[in-house]
Design a protein around this ligand. Structure first.
Ligand SMILES: [Zn+2]
Length: 256
């Protein structure tokens, strides 16, 4: 290797870095890290490929469709993750996360989109297709993506708990695997991450209100001082949620 692996952190996605405290460049750089290490050991397949200086309009357009799919998951009360599968400029299928409603641990957005696309094209292989997903794929989805021979995966927010594109493991970096999918991370990362954080913030708020309501009933019957404590507790929770920076509150994992 006469040159170090160039990752997206140094090449671009900087347009998004201006949007928030968790810059796309830094985040994608984190994704690139293990890949660079891996490349040093086996100079072969970087899973997160160098990106052009600015995320393409095409990537933004398809990621916006994945975001719309994620909103379908939110409407169903599921963790808002969405995916679209495209071939060229044609959207073949889309999917949203709904493992709870489907009683199906595999009903991640990517899996749903892969299944629908394979049915549509009547082929269990999907060569030449690209998968856009709002959250970094997990190991299960990474495996399915490789089995389907997807050419490229584009994801939005990183998932530091189950991400399999470099955040936790890098399933796409192993040169011994027989299919190599290109991976681009951090497209609309701030927006994709915000959708997830707002979902969980809302769920925590609803949970706090339910607990407070339950405690309130008990307080009326028992101790007047506890009402203040409950209010302070709620205020602290609220402040914590408001103050929690995105970097310390990463988009949680999809399965609940
Ligand atoms: Zn998954």
């Amino acid at each position: 290797m006469n040159e170090p692996l160039v990752c997206a952190a140094s090449t671009g996605l900087t347009a998004q870095a201006e949007d928030g405290e968790r810059s796309a460049g830094a985040s994608v750089g984190a994704v690139c890290g293990p890949t660079a290490d891996h490349a040093a050991a086996a100079p072969a397949i970087p899973s997160v490929t160098p990106e052009p200086a600015i995320t393409s309009e095409r990537d933004l357009r398809f990621m916006a469709l994945a975001q719309a799919a994620a909103e379908q998951a939110r409407a169903a009360g599921e963790v808002p993750v969405g995916a679209v599968l495209v071939r060229g400029d044609e959207v073949i299928a889309s999917g949203f996360n709904h493992p709870i409603g489907a009683h199906d641990p595999s009903a991640h957005a990517e899996m749903v989109a892969l299944r629908a696309a394979a049915q549509s094209l009547e082929n269990y292989r999907l060569p030449g297709c690209e998968l856009y997903v709002t959250l970094e794929p997990c190991l299960m989805c990474a495996g399915a993506i490789m089995h389907a021979r997807i050419a490229r995966v584009v994801f939005g927010a990183r998932d530091p708990k189950t991400g399999a594109c470099g955040s936790v493991v890098d399933a796409f970096a192993n040169p011994q695997l027989n299919h190599h999918t290109m991976v681009s991370g951090g497209v609309l990362e701030a927006e994709c991450g915000a959708a997830l954080r707002s979902f969980f913030a809302e769920r925590r708020r609803a949970s706090r209100e339910a607990r407070a309501a339950a405690r309130g009933e008990a307080v009326e019957a028992v101790a007047p001082g506890e009402a203040g404590e409950t209010a302070a507790d709620n205020a602290a929770n609220s402040a914590t949620n408001t103050a929690t920076p995105s970097s310390s509150e990463p988009p949680p994992t999809k399965p609940l």
